[in-house]
Design a protein around this ligand. Structure first.
Ligand code: HEC
Ligand code: HEC
Ligand code: HEC
Ligand code: HEC
Ligand code: HEC
Length: 268
C-alpha cells in the first residue's frame, strides 16, 4: 500500500470516528428549519429526537452531509450535502459508520438481493427513530413481508439461546467482581465473544448462524466452567470459615466449663 493510501485511510478513520463523539446534538440550522416544516420535511426532526443517534450526538448533517451552520448554503452539494439516499444506496450510506455490520450485510442474502427487493437497513431499523437493536426486531410480522418466516425463526432461535448465555455470563462475572475476584481475563473473552455474536445476524445465513453461535457458546461455556470453579472455592472457603467459627465456639465453651469446674473445686 502506498503511503498516500495509508494516510488517507488514517485521516478518514480519524474523522469517521471522531465526528459523532465530538459533535454534540445541538440545534443546527438543519434542525431549526426542518423543525418548522410541515409533513415529511418536519417529521424527521421529531423522530430523530427519540433516536439512539440523537443520544450519541449523530445529527442530520452527520448522515446527510451539508453545512449545519449556514442557513442559506446548508443543502448545497458544494458543502457536501448528499440528500436522501435511494433504497439501494442505504447500506453504503449507513455503512460509512457501521462498517462491520455493513460488511456482513453486503455478503449476505439481503445485501446480495438488494436490487430485487432484499431488505436493507431502514426496512428493519427505521430511518430517523432508530433505537438500540435487539432480537425482537426478528419477528413474524416484520420478517414475513417478503418471504416465509421459517428461516428467520431458525436464526432467531440460535441467537436467543446465545443471547441468554451471554446475559448469564455477564451476570456471573458481575457477581464475582463484586465479591472481589479478578475477572479481567474472563471479561475480555466475554467482550470479544459478545462483539462477534452481534455481528452474526446481518449475514442472514441459517447454517452460518448455527455454526458461529455454537463456537461462541463453546467459548462462553469455558468461562462458565471457570466461574463454577471459583464458586466451588467460595463454597469451600465458606465451609472452612464455618468450621473455624465452630472450633472457636467450642474452644470458648470448653474454656468456660474448665473455669467453672476449677472455681467449684476452689470453693469445695
Ligand atoms: C432554510 C430551511 C432549510 C435548511 C436550513 C435545511 N433544509 Fe433541508 N430541506 C428544506 C426544504 C424546503 C426541503 C425540500 C425541498 C428541497 O429538497 O430543496 C429540504 C429537503 C431536505 C432533504 C430531502 C432531500 C431529498 O433528496 O429528498 C434532506 C435530506 C434535508 N433537507 C436535509 C437537510 C440537512 C442535513 C440540513 C442541514 C445541513 C438541511 N436540510 C437544512 C429546508 C431546509
Ligand atoms: C442515521 C442517519 C440519518 C440521520 C441522523 C438523519 N437522517 Fe434523514 N434520512 C435518512 C435516510 C436513510 C433517509 C432516506 C429515507 C428512507 O429510506 O426511509 C432520510 C430521509 C430524509 C428526508 C426525506 C424525507 C423522508 O423522510 O424520507 C428528510 C427531509 C430528512 N431525511 C431530513 C433529516 C433531518 C432534518 C435530520 C435531522 C433532524 C435527519 N434527516 C437525520 C437518514 C438519516
Ligand atoms: C455518522 C455516523 C453514523 C451514521 C451515518 C449512522 N450511524 Fe448508526 N450509530 C452511530 C453511532 C455513533 C451510534 C451509537 C453508538 C453505537 O451504538 O454504536 C449508532 C447507533 C446505531 C444503532 C444502535 C446500535 C446498538 O448498539 O444497538 C443502530 C441500529 C444504528 N446506529 C443503525 C444505523 C442505520 C440504519 C443507519 C443508516 C440509516 C445509521 N445507523 C447511520 C453512528 C452512525
Ligand atoms: C432484516 C433486518 C435487518 C436489516 C436489513 C439490517 N439490520 Fe441491523 N440489526 C437487525 C437485528 C435483528 C439486530 C440485532 C442483532 C443482535 O443483537 O445480534 C441488528 C443489529 C444492528 C446493530 C447493532 C449491532 C451491535 O453490535 O450491537 C447495528 C449498528 C445495525 N444493526 C445496523 C444496521 C445497518 C447499518 C444495516 C444496513 C447495512 C442493517 N443493520 C440492516 C436487523 C436488521
Ligand atoms: C423487504 C423484503 C424483506 C424483508 C422485510 C425481509 N427479508 Fe429476508 N430476504 C429477502 C430477499 C429478497 C431474500 C433473498 C431471496 C430469498 O432467499 O428468499 C431474503 C432472504 C432471507 C434469508 C435466506 C438466506 C439464505 O440464503 O438462506 C433469511 C434467513 C432471511 N431473509 C431472514 C430475514 C429476517 C430474519 C427478516 C426479518 C428481520 C427478513 N429476512 C426480512 C427480503 C426480505
Amino acid at each position: 500500500m502506498s503511503r498516500v493510501v495509508i494516510w488517507s485511510f488514517l485521516i478518514a478513520c480519524f474523522f469517521g470516528l471522531s465526528a459523532p463523539s465530538v459533535v454534540i446534538a445541538a440545534d443546527t440550522v438543519c434542525i431549526e428549519c426542518h423543525g418548522g416544516q410541515p409533513g415529511s420535511l418536519g417529521v424527521p426532526v421529531a423522530d430523530w429526537r427519540t433516536s439512539i443517534h440523537s443520544e450519541n450526538g449523530v445529527s442530520c448533517h452527520d448522515c446527510h452531509g451539508g453545512d449545519p451552520t449556514d442557513f442559506a448554503m446548508a443543502m448545497s452539494p458544494e458543502k457536501g450535502f448528499l440528500g436522501a439516499p435511494e433504497y439501494t444506496d442505504v447500506p453504503a450510506f449507513c455503512g460509512r459508520c457501521h462498517v462491520g455490520v455493513s460488511d456482513a450485510y453486503q455478503a449476505g442474502a439481503h445485501g446480495q438481493a438488494i436490487e430485487s427487493g432484499g431488505a436493507q437497513c431502514v426496512v428493519c431499523h427505521g430511518n430517523h427513530a432508530i433505537q438500540k437493536a435487539n432480537l425482537d426486531l426478528i419477528n413474524e410480522e416484520a420478517c414475513s413481508q417478503c418471504h416465509t418466516y421459517e428461516r428467520a425463526a431458525l436464526i432467531r432461535l440460535s441467537l436467543v439461546e446465545t443471547d441468554t448465555m451471554v446475559a448469564k455470563v455477564e451476570h456471573d462475572l458481575d457477581r464475582l467482581y463484586r465479591l472481589g475476584f479478578a475477572v479481567d481475563d474472563m471479561q475480555g473473552t466475554l467482550f470479544s465473544q459478545r462483539n462477534l455474536f452481534h455481528q452474526i445476524f446481518h449475514g442472514v445465513d441459517v447454517e452460518r448462524v448455527r455454526a458461529e453461535t455454537a463456537d461462541i457458546q463453546a467459548e462462553l461455556s469455558k468461562v462458565g466452567t471457570k466461574v463454577a470453579a471459583i464458586d466451588s472455592t467460595v463454597g469451600q472457603r465458606k465451609l472452612w470459615g464455618s468450621v473455624v467459627i465452630a472450633l472457636f465456639v467450642l474452644a470458648g465453651v470448653i474454656f468456660l466449663l474448665v473455669r467453672k469446674a476449677y472455681e467449684e473445686e476452689e470453693k469445695g
